[in-house]
Design a protein around this ligand. Structure first.
Ligand code: UDP
Ligand code: MG
Length: 301
């Protein structure tokens, strides 16, 4: 089974070579057939030169895809997946936080379990600030409640999966991509494998609180239209309150209140109906496949 390693790189000049060397050393005798697909996501440091040098000198198959500017990790993953030619695909970071030994385990798991299509590594215990843990728990609690697909806390983009999963992921043409949702959306048998993330070898993380916040919002918007339905809920609540205040306020002390609540309810109803239509338009514009077929059995051929 040929393994394609998809490695998005943004300013990873100090990590590319060590990553290559570590993978080659770790895979020896264990994973015979593999290729590297590095995607240079518009790095501003010497990553392009380091990558081109690696392409020219490496013993193993290495592909370097250079973006014209920084488009973000999600875009790099997508480009890497379409450039890769393996039987299975591993997405891993370029900073050696995700050990190649885990990749060996993931590949072995797929080989030993023909029914399993995807192995997703997840961090059991993360060394993060209590505030960060609070926000992440809040995010997963919320998105799992309002979205159709299951988001697994601690699961990263660090996965190994078969060609069927790769093709399904590529069949989703949306430009605003959120892998944490795309993978559960396409389905298939997924095994979750715990791993411990190492420290970044060199350079600094590209994530900060603001970027994570924006990413979380984009995930919620990409995978649920529940927020667009909220006006309908509020319309019901204010409508009921209008009725209640008209019926129970026997002395008619406050005549304005039922009128205000009633008008508010009608307005919210209008916004809610608009929201329902916009939700449909939004879903359609994504041009997602209607379903992903896992297999077809046919005895008549
Ligand atoms: N990355 C990328 N484009 C970006 C930001 C990050 O390709 O705009 C890559 C980065 O080079 C690394 C991976 O995505 O290989 C994860 O980034 P990082 O290590 O900064 O995230 P962290 O591990 O801190 O969550
Ligand atoms: Mg990292």
């Amino acid at each position: 089974m040929k393994v394609s390693l998809i490695i998005p790189c943004y300013n990873e000049e100090g990590n590319v070579r060590p990553l290559y060397d570590t993978v080659v050393r770790t895979f020896e005798d264990k994973v015979p057939d593999y290729e590297f697909v590095f995607v240079n996501d518009g790095s501003a440091d010497r990553t392009p030169e380091v990558l081109n040098d690696l392409v020219a000198t490496a013993d193993k198959p290495v592909k370097a895809v250079h973006f014209s500017r920084n488009y973000g990790k999600e875009s790099a993953i997508l480009a890497g997946l379409s450039e890769a030619s393996g039987d299975c695909f591993t997405i891993m970071d370029g900073d050696l936080q995700q050990g190649p030994d885990v990749v060996v385990d993931m590949v072995r798991y797929l080989e030993e379990h023909p029914d399993c299509d995807c192995v997703t590594a997840f961090q059991e215990d993360r060394h993060e600030s209590p505030l960060m843990i609070f926000f992440k728990n809040g995010f997963y609690g919320l998105i799992n409640r309002i979205s159709d697909v299951e988001f697994v806390s601690g699961a990263s983009d660090f996965r190994t999966f078969r060609r069927n999963v790769r093709d399904a992921v590529l069949s989703m043409p949306e430009t605003s991509r959120f892998s944490k949702g795309i993978f559960p959306w396409v389905g298939f048998e997924t095994h979750y494998m715990p791993y411990v993330a190492a420290e970044r070898l060199s350079g600094t993380s590209k994530w900060n609180f603001l970027k994570l916040w924006k990413y979380a919002i984009s995930g919620i918007i990409s995978f649920t239209t529940t927020p667009l339905r909220l006006p309908l809920v509020f319309s019901g609540i204010t409508g009921a309150a209008a009725l209640g205040s008209a019926v129970f306020d026997k002395q008619k002390k406050d005549r304005a209140l039922p009128a205000i609540l009633g008008t508010g309810s009608v307005l919210l109803l209008g916004i809610g109906i608009l929201g329902e239509y916009i939700a449909r338009v939004f879903q359609e514009t994504k041009h997602r496949p209607v379903s992903i077929i896992k297999e077809v059995l046919d005895n008549h051929r």
